[in-house]
Design a protein around this ligand. Structure first.
Ligand code: DC
Length: 232
């Protein structure tokens, strides 16, 4: 079962730095849907495992460790707050090192399995905009609208570099570029749920598009589809 029959799912997939998060957030705001940022869930899991002293290079993670990971999602105004137990880790999981660890841990089938039910359960709470790497292909194969965003690696690395610099974090462009290239490779080549475009996903190349243009294009497609489903 991909999602509850009453609820709508808009699936947005694509590589790191392609603009998925900005788009998904704005789309959720406009449509008054819940936002499901699944990269954030992998990041919370990675933070928890790092704190437990697990190396991201590990080949297999004992099931008890994954079961003990107490991830909680709170939704407010198309925003998503993430908790590990009672601790709000929404800001902490944005650190580059956590992102890199998330990309490594997410290669493990047991990690993906542990997060699958949490992602699907969220879709039972209301209409959602779900963004990640395998929304349209694995987690929500019956989503009513699927988009696959792409952009040149260099452009994505610049966007990420700018984002980090704006946050006052000191970093080198070349380092961001290499990290992103390595992350792309892992995301696309892992055996479990690799980053691929679902057959029925609509491709959108954002290389030369502003965030607003991407949003307008997607909103118009979504509105057509949502009308088809008879929902506002
Ligand atoms: O989108 P992000 O950078 O926050 O995601 C962090 C990592 O989590 C990403 O490198 C790969 C992994 N991920 C995944 O494997 N599947 C998803 N649906 C979302 C993220």
């Amino acid at each position: 079962m991909s999602c509850s029959s009453e609820n709508l799912v808009i699936a947005i997939d694509g590589p790191a730095g392609v603009g998925k998060s900005t788009l998904a957030k704005k789309l959720a705001e406009r449509l008054r849907f819940f936002l499901l940022d699944t990269g954030a869930l992998y990041r919370v899991m990675a933070l928890d495992l790092l704190r437990k002293g697990i190396s991201p290079e590990i080949a297999k993670i004992p099931e008890e460790l994954l079961k003990n990971c107490d991830i909680r999602i709170e939704h407010a105004d198309a925003q998503m707050r993430l908790f590990l137990g009672n601790e709000d880790v929404t800001a902490l999981i944005r650190e580059e090192q956590v992102g890199i660890a998330a990309s490594k841990f997410s290669m493990l089938p047991e990690v993906r399995k542990a997060l699958l039910w949490l992602q699907r359960r969220t879709a039972e709470t209301g209409n959602i905009v779900a963004e990640g790497r395998d929304m349209g292909s694995v987690v929500f194969p019956r989503a009513q609208a699927k988009f696959f965003l792409t952009a040149d690696l260099e452009v994505r690395a610049w966007r990420r570099f700018q984002e980090l610099t704006d946050k006052g974090l000191k970093t080198e462009f070349q380092e961001v570029f290499e990290d992103m290239r390595a992350r792309d490779f892992r995301d696309r080549t892992r055996s479990e749920s690799p980053l691929i475009q679902a057959e029925d996903a609509i491709p959108v190349d954002t290389t030369h598009m502003s965030a607003d243009r991407v949003l307008d294009r997607i909103i118009s497609i979504v509105r057509e589809r949502i009308d088809l489903f008879g929902k506002a």
